[in-house]
Design a protein around this ligand. Structure first.
Ligand code: UN1
Length: 510
C-alpha cells in the first residue's frame, strides 16, 4: 500500500512525539489497528507511557514560551506552510482516513480539504486577533481588552473525523500562540501519526521548537486521566459522545480548566408541506447514511408533516433500496462500514429497542455477510417509524438509523418535537414558506448550535462556529470568533493623566 509508505507509516509505529522526536517506548503495550474496510491489520502502534506524557508536557510548556513571542502573523505564515504540505499529501492522507476509519474516499479527501481550508482561515485570522476599545468613565483614561496566548491546548478527537477536528483546534490554537497536545481516538491513531509526519518538514524548515505540535497515543486510564487532571493544560477540547464529554468535563472543571465540548447530537430535519422534495430527499439520505451515520451532525430524526408523510416515506424507501453498500475506497459505493463490531452491536441493539417501544422497521437493519463484507462491519441503513419520546429516539446511536416521526398542525408543533431531546447540535427545515423558515431560525425556533434552511444537518463549512447547545456541550470550534476560546482575555485600563479618579465616583481622600 503505497499511501502508507508515502505517509511514513511503518508496520510498527511509536505513539508519542514532540514534533520531530518520537519516544521509543515499546514496553507499555501495542495497539493493533484493524481496518473496518476489510478486517485486515494495517499496522500497530506502541502505546505511550505516563513517563512519556510527562516529558511531552514539559517540552510543550517550553515550546509555548518561545511560540507566544513569535508575532501572530508570523505564526500564521507557519500555518500557511502546513496548509501547503497538506495539499501535497491530500490524496495519500485522504486514502488513509478512508481505509482506517471506513468513510468514503471522497469524504476522506474532503476531510483533508477541511484541514487545508482551516489553515487558510487561520492564516487570515492571525492578523485579526482583535479586542475592543471602550470609553472610560474616568478623566484621561483609556480602556481596552486584548487577547493573549493561553498555553498548551489539549485536543481529544473522536474516530469519526480523525484529522479534521484536530486541525480546527490546532491551527486556530497555533495562530493564537498556543502549543498543542493531541490525543487521538485509539481506533484511528495512524492518521494522527501520518499528520505528525506531514508537519515534520515545516517544523524543520522553520526551526520551530519541539513540543509545539505533540501527539500521544496512550491508554485512557493512565495517560488520558493525567491529561484531564493536568493543571498545566489550561484548555482541553473534547470531541466525542456525551458520556465521554461528561466524564472529562467533571475532571477539567474540578481544576477550573477551560474546555470546548463538541459532544453528541440528535439532529433532525423538519419537512413541511411546502418542501421541495427533490432537494429534501437527497439531503435526508446523505445526512442519515453519509459516513454510515457516524457524524455528530448525522440526521437521526425526520419530523414530517402528515400531508406529505406517505410520499416522503415511499421516496425514502426507494432511495434506500438503491444504496450501494461496500468498500468505501470504491467510489461507486454510497455506504461504507461502521468503525468496528461493537458499533454493529449498538446498531442491532438500537433497532431491537426501537421495536420494543413500538417502532416499525420499514427498511434495512441487516448486517451484511459474505464477499466484500469480511470485516463484519457493514450494515444496511435502517428507517424506523417512531415517536419522539421513545427512549431510544432520545439517544444518539452512532449508526445509520433514521427515525421517521409524523406531525400534524403548524410548524411550531414540529419545532416543539424537534427541541424535545437533550442534545442540541444541528438542525434543519425544508420548506418554501418564508414564515416557517424564519420561525425555525428565530428565538422561538430550533434550539441547536446549527440551524439550516433547505440544507441537511451535516456538512457544515469551516467558516462558521461549529458546536451545539444543551448536552452537546456548548463549545464552538473552527470559524467565526471561535478563536477567542484559545486565548486568555485581559481588560486594561490606562491612566495617562495626573490625577487618580476612582470609578463609580467614589472619593477616597488621604
Ligand atoms: C463531527 O462529526 O464530529 O458538519 C464533525 C459536518 C462536518 C463536521 C462533523 N463538517 O458534518
Amino acid at each position: 500500500m503505497d499511501f502508507l509508505k508515502e505517509l511514513g507509516i511503518k508496520e510498527k509505529n511509536f505513539g508519542a512525539s514532540t514534533g520531530l522526536t518520537w519516544f521509543e517506548t515499546t514496553d507499555n503495550g501495542e495497539l493493533e489497528v484493524i481496518s473496518p474496510v476489510d478486517g485486515k491489520k494495517i499496522a500497530s502502534v506502541y502505546l505511550a507511557s505516563e513517563d512519556d506524557y510527562e516529558k511531552i508536557v514539559e517540552t510543550s510548556q517550553n515550546a509555548f514560551k518561545i511560540w507566544r513571542e513569535v508575532p501572530a502573523p508570523k505564526r500564521g505564515e507557519v500555518v500557511r506552510q502546513i496548509g501547503d504540505e497538506l495539499r501535497k499529501y491530500k490524496d495519500a492522507l485522504g486514502t488513509l482516513v478512508s481505509y482506517e476509519m471506513g468513510k468514503s474516499l471522497q469524504e476522506g479527501k474532503g476531510e483533508v480539504q477541511e484541514m487545508i481550508d482551516i489553515c487558510d482561515f487561520a492564516v487570515g485570522q492571525s492578523r485579526q486577533l482583535y479586542g475592543s476599545t471602550m470609553h472610560s468613565e474616568r478623566f484621561q483614561h483609556r480602556m481596552y481588552d486584548q487577547y493573549h496566548p493561553l498555553g498548551i491546548v489539549g485536543i481529544i478527537s473522536a474516530f469519526n473525523f480523525p484529522v479534521a477536528v484536530w486541525s480546527w483546534n490546532a491551527m486556530i490554537a497555533a495562530v493564537c500562540g498556543d502549543s498543542n497536545l493531541w490525543k487521538p481516538s485509539s481506533k484511528v491513531p495512524l492518521t494522527a501519526i501520518a499528520v505528525q509526519n506531514i508537519l515534520a518538514d515545516v517544523i524543520k524548515t522553520n526551526n520551530l521548537p519541539e513540543g509545539l505540535f505533540s501527539l500521544i497515543v496512550g491508554r485512557g486510564s493512565s495517560v488520558g486521566e493525567k491529561f484531564l487532571n493536568d493543571k498545566r493544560i489550561p484548555l482541553i477540547s473534547i470531541t466525542g459522545s456525551t458520556g465521554v464529554g461528561r466524564k472529562g468535563a467533571e475532571k477539567i472543571s474540578r481544576r477550573f480548566g477551560k474546555m470546548i465540548l463538541e459532544l453528541g447530537g440528535n439532529n433532525a430535519i423538519i419537512v413541511t408541506p411546502s418542501a421541495d422534495l427533490k432537494m429534501a430527499i437527497p439531503a435526508m439520505v446523505f445526512g442519515a447514511v453519509g459516513t454510515a451515520g457516524q457524524r455528530c451532525t448525522s440526521t437521526r430524526r425526520l419530523i414530517v408533516h402528515e400531508e406529505i408523510y406517505d410520499k416522503v416515506k415511499d421516496s425514502l424507501i426507494k432511495a434506500y433500496l438503491s444504496l450501494k453498500i461496500g468498500n468505501p475506497l470504491d467510489e461507486s459505493n454510497h455506504v461504507g462500514p461502521l468503525i468496528d463490531k461493537a458499533a454493529v452491536e449498538m446498531f442491532k441493539d438500537a433497532i431491537i429497542r426501537a421495536k420494543e417501544e413500538g417502532g416499525k422497521l420499514i427498511t434495512g437493519g441487516e448486517v451484511l455477510e459474505g464477499e466484500g463484507y469480511e470485516s463484519g462491519c457493514y450494515v444496511v441503513p435502517a428507517i424506523i417509524e417512531a415517536e419522539n419520546q421513545y427512549k431510544i429516539v432520545q439517544e444518539e446511536t452512532f449508526a445509520p438509523i433514521l427515525y421517521l416521526i409524523k406531525y400534524s398542525g403548524d410548524v411550531s408543533i414540529a419545532i416543539e418535537i424537534h427541541n424535545d431531546v437533550v442534545q442540541g447540535l444541528s438542525s434543519s427545515i425544508f420548506t418554501n414558506d418564508m414564515r416557517e423558515a424564519e420561525e425555525f431560525v428565530s428565538h422561538i425556533g430550533s434550539d441547536c448550535g446549527i440551524a439550516n434552511v433547505n440544507i441537511g444537518t451535516s456538512g457544515a463549512e469551516i467558516g462558521g462556529a461549529f458546536g451545539g447547545e444543551k448536552e452537546t456541550g456548548g463549545g464552538r470550534e473552527s470559524g467565526s470568533d471561535s478563536w477567542k476560546a484559545y486565548m486568555r482575555r485581559q481588560t486594561n485600563t490606562i491612566n495617562w493623566g495626573k490625577t487618580l479618579p476612582l470609578a463609580q465616583g467614589i472619593k477616597f481622600d488621604i
